[in-house]
Ligand binder design. Sequence first.
Ligand SMILES: NC(=O)c1ccc[n+]([C@@H]2O[C@H](COP(=O)([O-])OP(=O)(O)OC[C@H]3O[C@@H](n4cnc5c(N)ncnc54)[C@H](O)[C@@H]3O)[C@@H](O)[C@H]2O)c1
Length: 285
Amino acid sequence: MHIQTITVVGGGTMGNGIAHVAAMSGFTVNLVDIQQSYLDRARATIEKNLTRMVAKQKITVDDQAKTLERINLTTDLPAAAAASDLIIEAITENFELKQSIFTRADQHAPDHAILASNTSSISITRLAAVTSRPRQVIGMHFFNPVPVMKLVEIVRGYETDQQVYQAVRNLAEQMGKTPVEVQDYPGFVSNRVLMPMINEAIYCVYEGVATPQAVDEVMKLGMAHPMGPLRLADFIGLDVCLAIMNVLYDGFKDPKYRPCPLLVKMVDAGKLGDKTGQGFYTYSK
Ligand SMILES: NC(=O)c1ccc[n+]([C@@H]2O[C@H](COP(=O)([O-])OP(=O)(O)OC[C@H]3O[C@@H](n4cnc5c(N)ncnc54)[C@H](O)[C@@H]3O)[C@@H](O)[C@H]2O)c1
């Protein structure tokens, strides 16, 4: 299965990073978003990140120019899908929106094309079921910031074909990433392990066991975590943490995944972390 042209749908935080890495690895990339202004912003971010790589002498000015040349910006999903071997969806984390992208991509993509999602928590099997090619649907879960983070969780849906899995695994390696195989269950591995740890750290604050600073110090100095769990929660966004805990709770129906009431209260209060300037810590904008 030969992959040469990749369409990335969604040019936000993750989509622009995926387009950056794919183009830098020699693939032709169509980057799709709903508005030209979002595409322009994505391109500016990619250009800025490539400039940083040039400054660090990781790539040359020529590599930067060639990478940017390989990225076509478009709002025309059907045309982009029709010219693709692989479509990686990286839009907002909402099943209905993603379902619509999968349905349309399935209608327009050539028969051989693979449809992938970068979702953090939505079932790949459920997305596959809205297409006519569930054997060619797979999860490619990249991590933020994509140009820096090595991991890609490759998520096998219920019907994902072995050849498709192998092709996507090879592709992740060609993109300089380290693929890790996981099955399609709520939270995959990354969020199933990370989010309950963050939730438990929040319980420590909720129950008065320790302050946020103390919890983070323990995990940084005692467990060699580069960032404490509460600082990390602020960075990820407390709304995102709560949404993922709810996915685990609903998916497994196990009380061990119940979101901490303090997390719920902070989200209700609009204290979402870095993006609102206030979470477990205060940030100047
Ligand atoms: N941010 C992270 O740390 C992270 C990490 C791993 C996975 N993810 C997953 O990646 C996906 C994207 O997250 P993000 O943080 O990049 O979001 P984001 O909000 O930064 O970007 C989403 C982009 O999708 C675009 N979009 C929305 N609907 C669209 C449509 N119908 N057609 C085309 N484009 C559309 C938006 O305009 C926006 O540019 C989500 O599924 C998220 O769960 C996020």
